[in-house]
Write a protein that binds this ligand. Structure first.
Ligand code: NAD
Length: 415
């Protein structure tokens, strides 16, 4: 069964609610998004045909501060997906002790079929359409699937033109020359690797020689692979939307990244290895599986094929509720998305702080801060899961939702 992302997230909140010590009205508030803006706008394509695009920006909850979340370009973007992703951002920011609520945006399009000029026009017009809800103290976008630092530069420039001055704090994940933070590009994947290392250490095991499969070799998947390899693990299987590669001796991650990721190429264009079916990756015999593509990848129909004993969720919502139940029964440790992939928003927060203050940090400071935040959050989730005897996912939801409830206790309700 295919779940909408919002169904996945709601069922996870439902599961955690039995253990939560929070007032019923807080749960009621947290079940629905605060606001979702739907926009439709025209763009003249290179062939002079005018196409209408549909986009969204959902601000799920802002109890903790301005809302924060990426913008996705994909043919399957829809309102339920955007709302689900915005809810995940809300829990993620709360879990990581960030002063942010959660948001997400998206435009229904196939970015692989648009020229750079068309992508720029679409991005600028989308930004103009969602201007009323954006702002460095209101809602701060960032990159997600098929959006990059270049997309963020167009968004920042468009916003700045409307308000009459350069505003680097309006987006994160920008190019460094525009005020982007050192370490942001690699942060999400690095955070995935750090959480995996922490779990291994709690289990009394070493990452040295541990075998890894990574589904999705984009920003998150490739950096998770790179850092896990640096930590001693062996990356033996990877895939993207075009194909997969498997090599039991270990894959040349840096060379593949230099050939593909740095040049916007797909894995199928890497000719030094024999390609396999991308769907072989999830079921490959490995110690650690990193789903880092899209939601709904580990489902009731394929969960029993998963051989890994540890799953570290680089993607948002890759596991359906049914599959989650099976993994728990099969004693697979799952580091949930709201923890595993939070490294990106931690560094986004640092980028926002740097932009607001005009003081820029060295990579070492950024990375040290990010690692400390990730380890602290991991430990909180680990301890909660032992204390209440629940999965890491349920524990992460308990920690996140209790923080938001604590804030509501002091802020109260208006009027
Ligand atoms: P990306 O566009 O850089 O990479 C996505 C990758 O997934 C691409 O390699 C694509 O080819 C691949 N893919 C798509 N469908 C696939 C399939 N069926 N099988 C195998 N591979 C497939 O995007 P990203 O920024 O790396 O984001 C990936 C996931 O991580 C998303 O769920 C996103 O929401 C989440 N995430 C991203 C960030 C970030 O900082 N970029 C932060 C937190 C979470």
């Amino acid at each position: 069964m295919k779940y909408s992302l919002v169904d996945i997230v709601r069922s996870q909140v439902e599961k955690a609610s039995g253990y939560l010590k929070v007032p019923a009205h807080v749960l009621k508030i947290l079940k629905c998004p605060m606001r979702t803006l739907k926009v439709t706008f025209p763009v003249e394509l290179d062939n002079k045909v005018v196409e209408c695009f549909h986009g969204y920006r959902c601000q799920y909850n802002n109890a903790l501060g301005p809302t924060k979340g990426g913008v996705r370009y994909h043919p399957e973007v829809n309102e339920e997906e955007v709302v689900g992703l915005a809810a995940l951002m809300t829990w993620k920011c709360a879990l990581l002790d960030l002063p942010y609520g959660g948001a997400k945006g998206g435009v229904i399009c196939d970015p692989t079929k648009l020229s750079e000029k068309e992508l720029e026009k679409m991005t600028r017009r989308y930004t103009a359409e969602i201007m009323p809800v954006l702002g460095p103290q209101k809602d701060i976008p960032a990159p997600d699937v098929f959006t990059t630092s270049k997309t963020m530069a167009w968004m920042m420039d468009t916003y700045s033109i409307f308000i009459g001055h350069a505003e680097p704090a309006i987006v994160t994940g920008k190019p460094e020359v525009l005020g982007g933070s050192k370490g942001r590009k690699a942060a999400t994947g690095k955070g995935v690797a750090i959480c995996t290392r922490e779990l291994y250490s709690k289990l009394g095991k070493s990452l040295k020689g541990a075998t890894v499969a990574v589904q999705g070799f984009g920003n998150v998947g490739s950096h998770a692979a790179l850092f896990l390899q640096e930590m001693g693990a062996k990356i033996i299987a990877i895939s993207d939307s075009t194909c997969g590669f498997i090599d039991e001796k270990g894959l040349p991650i840096i060379d593949i990244m230099n050939t593909c990721n740095e040049n916007n190429k797909y894995l199928i264009e890497y000719k030094k290895l024999k390609a396999c079916d991308k769907n072989d990756i999830l079921s490959h015999e490995v110690d650690i599986l990193i789903p880092a593509a899209l939601e709904n990848q580990i489902r009731a129909d394929n969960v029993n094929e998963v051989k890994a004993k540890i799953i570290s969720e680089g993607a948002n919502g890759p596991t359906t509720p049914e599959a989650d139940g099976v993994l728990e029964k099969n004693r697979v440790d799952v580091i949930p998305d709201i923890l595993a992939n939070a490294g990106g928003v931690v560094v986004s927060h640092l980028e926002w702080v740097q932009a607001l203050s005009g003081l820029y940090w060295e990579a070492e400071e950024v990375n040290t801060h990010m690692e400390r935040s990730m380890v602290r959050a991991f430990n909180k989730v680990w301890e909660k899961s032992r204390e209440v005897s629940v999965s890491l996912r349920t524990a992460a939801y308990i920690v996140a939702i209790e923080r938001i409830a604590e804030v509501y206790k002091y802020r109260g309700l208006f009027p």
